[in-house]
Write a protein that binds this ligand. Structure first.
Ligand code: CS2
Ligand code: MN
Length: 353
């Protein structure tokens, strides 16, 4: 396992590469071209500059999160083949520079969804939280507004303002896309990109839907083990793999994360490790990484990753906002650094027996 942290790039992230290096418990970062628009080809010069900047700070660029998928691909709209061609070209350019892991998601309209980005805890820290009842009372049109209010001025990953400005149109695009169609569109996309992935050794790692159930009546297809297995079987190529996000899959208490890890042996290319605290069905808070702070058994998760021989990058996923830090919700330095230290400790204990 290679411990990493996500970095959104200079100018987009409140955290610097030097700070990440000083965490000490991480070897690399997972980065992206944060100002890229889904559907466009990434600029080779920008990819090269990003990689050089990361390496100049003594860190490795362990993968990309995310190369986002245009809605035309997800809905099989007329523009899909062009967008797929562009995606293939982006992968080729990443592959040429030795980047071998790409995370993406296939969620319609909204990326991850939360009802509160800064829910106060008793100790004055804040966390992201989800309450289905609250989500049901929000008009999807207003969701971005209510999220932006608590985003500390940052653009949220997967919530590109230019896309969100047309939420209504996006919903119209998905009107006839049910679970079966969305799945077919994912398979079509994966089949098209497998040759370039094979050529450059790029491991694609789909991020689970977050939360792991349909939101706003939109279909969700990466929510549990049967769905993950169906997707891996449909394109049975080792380059077609998974981002094992414990918090996203763990939003549903029925998902047994260590069992999922064991069942996906060989196909997990990236791990997001964080804890969640379940309160009631459809109601959870993100928690500190520590097992006792949430509902997930982090030691059992690390043990399962070790057991399946996981060698890819892992990162502490979201953290709490602590010590008065102002950052993108979930992506402050302090609590993710604590998470990296804790997870590295568990990993050392497990690997050394
Ligand atoms: C989120 C997502 O849970 C997470 O990791 O922060 O934004 C995630 O990065 C994307 O869904 C992956 O494409
Ligand atoms: Mn995640």
């Amino acid at each position: 396992m290679i411990m990493t942290m996500r970095w959104f790039g200079r100018g987009f992230d409140s955290v610097t590469l030097q700070q990440i290096r000083q965490v000490g418990y991480v070897q690399g970062v997972i980065a992206t071209l944060y100002d890229s628009t889904p559907g466009d080809v990434w600029d080779s010069g920008k990819i090269r500059a990003m990689k050089a900047e990361v390496e100049a700070h003594g860190l490795c660029l362990a993968g990309i999160e995310s190369v986002n998928i245009h809605d035309d691909i997800k809905t099989a709209a007329p523009g899909r083949d062009r967008c797929i061609e562009n995606y293939i070209e982006t992968l080729r350019r990443l592959g040429e520079q030795g980047i071998d892991m790409v995370c993406y998601n296939f969620m319609p309209v909204f990326d991850w969804t939360r009802s509160d980005l800064a829910k106060p805890r008793a100790d004055g820290s804040t966390v992201l939280s989800y309450d289905q009842e609250m989500i049901d009372s929000i008009d999807p049109d207003d969701l971005l507004g209510s999220m932006e209010g608590k985003a500390n001025g940052f653009v949220l990953p997967g919530w590109e303002p230019e896309r969100m400005a047309k939420v209504r149109q996006l919903f119209a695009l998905y009107r006839d896309v049910d679970e079966a169609k969305l799945f077919d569109n994912l398979v079509y996309f994966l089949k098209a990109i497998m040759p370039v992935c094979g050529k450059y050794g790029i491991k694609m790692a789909i991020h689970p839907d977050d939360p792991a159930w349909p939101v706003f009546g939109l279909p969700r297809i990466i929510v549990d083990l049967p769905h993950l297995q169906r997707m891996l079987a449909a394109v049975d190529d080792p380059h077609n793999g998974v981002t094992l996000c414990t918090g996203s899959l763990g939003s549903n208490p029925a998902n047994d994360i260590p069992a999922i890890i064991r069942a996906l042996k060989g196909r997990i290319h990236f791990a997001h490790i964080r804890n969640v605290k379940h309160h009631a069905p459809g109601k959870f808070d993100e928690a500190a990484h520590l097992s006792s702070d949430g509902s997930l058994d982090m030691l059992a998760i690390i043990k399962a990753l070790h057991e399946v021989g996981f060698t890819g990058p892992a990162r502490p996923d979201h953290g709490r906002a602590i010590w008065d830090e102002t950052a993108m919700p979930g992506y402050g330095l302090y609590d993710r650094a604590l998470g990296a230290a804790y997870l590295s400790g568990l990993w050392e204990a497990v690997t050394r027996g």
